[in-house]
Structures are given as C-alpha cells and as structure tokens.
Design a protein around this ligand. Structure first.
Ligand SMILES: Nc1ncnc2c1ncn2[C@@H]1O[C@H](COP(=O)(O)OP(=O)(O)O)[C@@H](O)[C@H]1O
Ligand SMILES: [Mg+2]
Length: 330
C-alpha cells in the first residue's frame, strides 16, 4: 500500500472538469490537487469563491466522480460505504425541512446512518445538549437563526461519532458570536482527536484552527503546507515606536535609518513608527540609548494568513492572466 496508515485522507492529482451549456464548454473546477490529512490533524482548505473547494469535497464524499486523480479515504476508495461511515459531513448550505424540530432531523439522519433506536435515543439528546440546542427542542427549524441551523448541522455531522469531519464553509454566514461558537466547537472536536477538513473563503479566525492549509485559486493549489512553515516564522519582523529628541532630530533619525533593514512606516513630528527585522532589535535599542531617544513600543509582527492569501491568490491581472507570483510554492 502506497499510503501511510496514518493518512485519513489522501488526494493524488485530483482534477474535475465540468461540461456546461449547449456547446459543452469545459470548466476546470479543480486541477491537480494533491494533499494528505493525517489522523488528528486539521486542514484548512482555503480559497476565494469559485476556487473549487466544494467540488473537491463532493469528490471526497463520492457525491461526484473526479475526472482525473485518485482519492483514498481511510485507505479505501471513497465510494466504499465503510469509509464514508467514518465521515461526518456538514454541507455548505445545510438544507433541513423547516417544519421539523431538531430531534426529528437528527433522528432522520441517524436512521440514514443506520444507527439503531437505542443509540439514537442516547446520542441525540447528548448532541443537542452539547450544541446548546436543548432549549429549542420544541421549535421548528424555520424559526432558527443561521447560527442555530449551523449547530443542528454540526450535531448531525457528529451523530455516528465519526473520525473525520468534513465541513464546507462552517463559518460563513454567521454573526461574530456564531462564528466564535462554531470555532470553539471545532477546536474542542480537534482536541478530542477528530480529524478536520474544512473549507473557508474567510481567512480571519481560522489560523488557530488548522495545522496545515491548502490554498486554492481557480482550482489550483497556490500554497500548501504547515501553517508555521508558510507563515515564515523564521522571518520575523518587529515594529517599534520611537520618540526622538527634538533638539537633534535629523541626526537622530539618520542614526536609526542607518540600521540594516529599517523602514519608516509612519512619521509624526518627532515620533517614528519603524519596521525592522527582529534580529536588528538589539541594535535599535542600543541606538535609541545613544541618541537619547525613547522607545515607546516594541512588538513583533508576523505575516498573517490573510497577507499570505492575498499575496498568493490575488495575483491575477485584469485580463485574467496569472502573474508569476501565483505560481506554486511549498
Ligand atoms: N455542477 C457544476 N457544473 C458546472 N460547473 C460547476 C459545477 N459545480 C461547480 N462548478 C464550477 O466550478 C468552479 C468551482 O466551484 P466550487 O467548487 O463550488 O467553488 P467553491 O466551493 O470554492 O466556491 C466554479 O467555477 C463553479 O462555477
Ligand atoms: Mg463552496
């Protein structure tokens, strides 16, 4: 067997082409995506709308067939029921019959999963309680907020106590409180040892949720790997706010700017906000003492996922041509 036994999910050169319209015009929704998800890991599948996230997820769940490539789910072909039984899925726009109550939805899904009556009777109240829905048991879903519906969706994804959770845009459409709740819940599930594969077009807040990311742009991987590697932890930058002595302003400023890699971000009278490589910080503090300036603030900044995303995914010029910056990395 080529795959490692800890690989819960492996995609090899996955590609999906749709044919649309009368002329059968090709839409390459996903091209050449390869990735692996190991047991207990959490992978963020990121990209703007239309970049191929949902299409990939549908292939993983065997809801549609890939055009090219191979998928292994728990070492098996994803069309095997035994592999899919270990997956909990939260679709992008969970659709529930809105005249049903939470218990009824979960009972229905539980039956689909083949859970017996005794298991359903035990598991459903537990999950509803865990997701804070116990006080809404008698209400029909049509009166639910998006956040509550999402919690019902998450409850159904957990019914069979699956090992792998595949969530398509679990945070989208939620208000800030709802986002926080779902994020915390996902973090809990991860701590409990579940493996997580989730997509998002919203980057803020997910940094804390995943070990690794795969960033897509128009169906192609533009960056992938462990977050810590991608975010260049080694190339740390710092920010300093320095107040210069008014008497000798220009000379003092020149002294600071002579330090290697120092850039002025903001200048207000005799106050400078500087950006500098972190390893130049000792040199900066020495210079500050020397010129009788005051160091008001010193903080470390790190390339955020948002910056990485913008840098990798949005380098597409107006005529739709990709610039070299959109090439593969990592
Ligand atoms: N069933 C389909 N038929 C034709 N084109 C599709 C179909 N599903 C998705 N697409 C196209 O594939 C691309 C990727 O879509 P999708 O996977 O839904 O992206 P995402 O989930 O990242 O927003 C889009 O251009 C979309 O229009
Ligand atoms: Mg989608």
């Amino acid at each position: 067997m080529a795959e490692h036994q800890d690989d819960i999910l492996a995609l090899e050169h996955l590609g999906k082409t749709f044919r649309v319209g009368f002329w059968g015009k090709k839409v390459q929704a996903v091209r050449d995506v390869s990735l692996t998800l190991k047991r207990g890991e959490s992978l963020g599948y990121l990209g703007p709308n239309g970049s191929g996230k949902t299409t990939s997820i549908k292939c993983i769940l065997s809801l549609i067939q890939p055009t090219v490539g191979k998928i292994r789910l728990f070492g098996e072909d994803p069309s095997n029921a035994s592999a899919r039984a270990r997956v909990g899925y939260l679709p992008e726009a969970p659709y529930f019959y809105d005249y049903l109550k939470p218990t009824e939805v979960l009972d229905y899904v539980g039956k689909l999963y083949g859970l017996d009556a005794a298991t359903r009777k035990k598991r459903i109240p537990y999950l509803l309680d865990r997701l804070g829905l116990s006080n809404a048991l008698d209400r029909e879903l049509r009166g639910f907020s998006k956040g509550m519906l999402q919690r019902v969706g998450i409850a159904q994804s957990l019914l069979s106590d699956p090992d792998l959770l595949i969530y398509d845009e679990p945070l989208s459409g939620l208000d800030p409180i709802g986002r926080k709740e779902v994020r915390e819940l996902m973090a809990d599930l991860r701590r409990e040892g579940k493996s997580l594969f989730f997509s998002s077009h919203v980057l803020t807040d997910i940094e804390t949720l995943c070990d690794a990311v795969c960033i897509l742009d128009r169906g192609e991987v533009v960056a992938q790997g462990r977050l810590s590697d991608l975010l260049r932890m080694d190339k740390l930058e710092s920010e300093a706010l320095v107040e210069l002595p008014i008497a000798d302003l220009e000379a003092a400023k020149a002294r600071l700017l002579a330090l290697p890699g120092v850039e002025v971000m903001e200048e207000l009278a005799n106050v400078l906000r500087l950006r500098l490589p972190t390893d130049v910080v000792p040199g900066l503090t020495a210079a500050v003492v020397e010129i009788h300036a005051t160091l008001r603030e010193l903080s470390q900044r790190r390339e955020s996922l948002e910056e990485l995303f913008v840098q990798k995914a949005v380098h597409v010029s107006a005529d739709g041509q990709r610039s070299p910056a959109a090439g593969k990395s990592a």
